[in-house]
Design a protein around this ligand. Structure first.
Ligand code: NAP
Length: 284
């Protein structure tokens, strides 16, 4: 049986560390504060928001919710972002994407101050991920993958990592973060030929394709660690990943469950980025 890489365990240890960091910051007069900006009432946004608020409460981060109606205009939304940028008591901002179709998402991404961009949506954050240094933070889910691997002490240096997916939210940034850990990274996508053969070369396989159950027994072998980033609801209302867990789990060394894997670490990373952003106040 494969070892289960449980996100909750990694999230617990990150949270314990953050509780100490937040206590120290508060002693120095800094109250870490995150704004969650949501347009509309999408069910998956609401679910993530509840999880994020619970995590922030646990570690001592204050959360302000800015909720705008689905009909909000571009000007009103940009004005809300500008308010957040100007408020020195706000250290981090999470903006739920995608936005409703009538809004210019690029303009909103550009409007947010990279220093407050705790979920890696601005060009400043991407520059930090791809170029090193700079302001901003990697997208939380991408970093959650790396933190989960580190928590379970999965070796990365010199190892072959295959990432399936090349989105700006997960596939590309997680590939860069793993490259920074000195892994040898291959990125696959919908045009990649002979995906199973490439996947089998991996020591660590990161699956972020957004296709329920795309990866099955034909893509894996003994000795591998598999991270399943996918989140889907099946016809029976059960949460499923991009990996056919029942088929893959008996074959590999370690695997993340869905739910309870990568997704469970994401809010802990959001909290960690907010604390890091708050800490920067001390060095201003
Ligand atoms: P996305 O933007 O749709 O990107 C999917 C990527 O997978 C694309 O690069 C696409 O290739 C590639 N792909 C699609 N079909 C493929 C195939 N048959 N073979 C190989 N590659 C294929 O999705 P995303 O935003 O990165 O999200 C991926 C998954 O993560 C989704 O299930 C999403 O719900 C989940 N998610 C999880 C969390 C979490 O906290 N766990 C957070 C956010 C998202 P092309 O570029 O060629 O089209």
């Amino acid at each position: 049986m494969a070892k289960l890489l449980k996100g909750i365990e990694a999230a617990k240890s990150i949270s314990a560390r953050l509780q100490e960091d937040v206590a120290l910051l508060k002693e120095q007069g800094v109250e870490p504060c995150l704004v969650i900006l949501r347009v509309g009432q999408r069910e998956d946004d609401l679910a993530y928001e509840r999880g994020a608020m619970k995590r922030c409460d646990l570690v001592g981060i204050a959360v302000k919710n800015v909720v705008l109606p689905e009909t909000v205009t571009q000007e009103e939304l940009l004005a809300a972002v500008e308010e957040i940028n100007k408020d020195d008591n706000i250290h981090g901002c999470l903006i739920f994407l995608p936005l409703p179709k009538h809004l210019d998402e690029e303009a909103v991404r550009r409007a947010l101050a990279p220093a407050k961009d705790v979920d890696g949506i601005t060009d400043g954050s991407l520059a930090a991920v791809y170029g090193g240094g700079g302001e901003g933070y990697p997208p939380c889910t991408a970093q959650a993958c790396v933190e989960l691997l580190k928590h379970y002490e999965v070796p990365l240096q010199g190892r072959r990592v295959v990432v399936i997916g090349r989105s700006l939210v997960i596939g590309k940034p997680v590939s860069m973060l793993l490259l920074n850990e000195n892994a040898t990274v291959t990125i696959c996508h919908s045009r990649s030929e002979d995906l199973p053969a490439i996947c089998k070369e991996a020591d660590v396989l990161v699956v972020a394709v957004g296709r329920m159950g795309l990866v099955g027994a034909d893509c894996v072998r003994a000795g591998q660690t598999v991270l399943d980033v996918g989140i889907h609801m099946d016809a029976d209302g059960n949460m499923r990943g991009d990996v056919r867990f029942d088929e893959v789990e008996p074959l590999v060394d370690a695997i993340t469950p869905v739910p309870g894997g990568v997704g469970s670490v994401t809010t802990a990373i959001l909290a960690a980025h907010t604390v890091a952003a708050a800490r920067k106040v001390l060095t201003k």
